[in-house]
Write a protein that binds this ligand. Structure first.
Ligand code: BJ8
Length: 425
């Protein structure tokens, strides 16, 4: 791939040597973690291809879109409404990163005790290895956790085009009003960037595309309720990760065609693991590409992951946007309503999330829940305590894990996971 895209990467200002090194690690990790799996659905071939071209063909597509006058907007959070972006003929791409890079340099800008997700985003910028970040015409930060809020103050000096969206922290009338103001302000900013006025038809179209994408990924999730599980948690996570990068219409078609295949597998009782394999629900911090470490540990320790209560998973994708409005104002209200339901741990109090985790554990017939927290992520690590209590009340076994992106201590993590799986068998 390198030779074909070298000029494109160079024009984006990437550090070619560092970027090659990253792609080598990514390729090797993918081979060892993904391609080594057994009994994968054939439809995963599409996602294997997307991953093999994640810095190649997809970036070329974005560059072609830009050449045709479309804008690219990058985001770090599921609160950035893709409906509005698509309504302005722009493309939204995820910028969260799931690997350590240029860490020494990162620690010149961020304290060591910052969560891996934030550090990684800085590492990809400072190391000049992320073509998504470099091709974005606008980068949207959001005032969610304290780490991100303060990090954007610094990021503003490293990128030319940072737009910061304020977000509520309380699910109150005032909180919703703030979200409303901010979504209208965002709509104005996107219109200004793209030169396109968002009208009813455009917004409806954006809503329809994103709803279809969510329906498809939700359909995939629902099929994982079967025993034996028709698809591995690793593969389902990959689909949830690619949700943030791929062309949304093509993504929807590809996920739906995998679902057709999985339905046949379920009819034939064909699974990725044998029937009665212990079933795990993961809940907590988002896992961005290529953060596959922990799911890999679980699925090579004798269990299968059947769901993710995560923003790269059901927290981010559930709930559709009502498309019955007939004016921009009504449709914007529907967009605001939909996003105001996202139960990120930055909200206080946040009882909906507790209820949703219990509901998912029951729906997906999980034998146990693993609460996955990134070290130094206060919102999710703090919330893990009440979540643990709520699950214990329902007699659902729980394991709390806090970790980072490093490959150190994998042995210890695996030992803890294996002991938990033994317990829930
Ligand atoms: S809506 S979860 S995508 S903010 S892991 S950076 S919380 S210290 S990512 Fe998130 Fe939006 Fe919420 Fe979802 Fe902070 Fe925690 Fe780091 Fe996190």
């Amino acid at each position: 791939m390198s030779e074909n895209y070298k000029n494109m990467w160079e024009s984006l200002g990437l550090d070619l040597a560092a970027h090659d090194a990253l792609l080598d690690i990514l390729g090797k990790g993918y081979q060892d973690i993904y391609l080594a799996q057994k009994n994968r659905p054939q439809g995963m071939g599409y996602f294997d291809f997307v991953m093999s071209e994640v810095h190649g063909l997809r970036i070329k597509e974005l560059m072609d879109e830009k050449a045709a006058g479309r804008k690219v907007i990058g985001s770090f959070c599921v609160f950035v409404p893709e409906e509005i972006v698509l309504a302005a003929d722009a493309t939204l791409v995820g910028l969260c990163s799931g690997a350590d890079f240029a860490m020494e340099e990162v620690e010149n800008y961020l304290p060591r005790n910052t969560c891996a997700l934030i550090k990684s985003a800085f590492g990809f910028k400072l190391g000049k290895v992320c073509p998504y970040l470099e091709s974005a015409d606008m980068i949207v930060g959001e005032n969610t956790c304290d780490g991100k809020k303060k990090a954007y103050e610094t990021l503003k000096n490293l990128v030319q085009n940072l737009y910061v969206m304020d977000l509520p922290q309380v699910k109150s009338t005032e909180g919703r009003s703030l979200l409303k103001v901010e979504y209208w302000r965002f709509k104005d900013a996107v219109e200004k960037l793209s030169g396109i006025k968002i009208d009813t038809q455009r917004l409806l179209k954006g809503i329809e595309i994103v709803n279809n994408k969510r329906k498809a990924i939700y359909r995939l999730s629902a099929l994982r309720k079967a025993d034996p599980a028709p698809v591995s948690g690793l593969d389902a996570l990959l689909a949830n990760q690619i949700f943030f990068y791929d062309n949304p219409v093509r993504f929807t078609e590809s996920v739906n065609s995998i679902c057709d295949e999985l339905e046949k597998r379920i009819q034939n009782r064909k699974g990725v693991f044998p029937e009665k394999t212990p079933r795990i629900l993961i809940s907590g911090c988002p896992m961005a590409v290529p953060n596959w470490k922990f799911p890999w540990i679980i699925e090579t320790s004798g269990a299968v992951i059947v769901g993710e209560e995560s923003c790269v998973g059901e927290r981010g994708t559930r709930n559709l946007t009502d498309s019955t409005g007939s004016t921009v104002e009504e449709l914007m209200e529907a967009v605001i309503d939909r996003y105001f339901k996202v139960d990120c741990a930055i909200f206080t109090p946040n009882p909906d999330r507790l209820g949703h985790i219990v509901e998912m554990a029951e729906d997906y017939k999980a034998d146990g829940v693993i609460l996955y927290g990134l070290q130094f992520c206060q919102p999710y690590l703090m919330e893990a305590m009440p979540v643990e209590k709520a699950l214990e009340k329902k007699n659902i076994p729980v394991l709390r894990i806090d970790t980072d992106y490093s490959m150190e201590y994998i042995g210890q993590l695996k030992t803890r996971v294996e002991a938990f799986i033994e317990l829930i068998k």
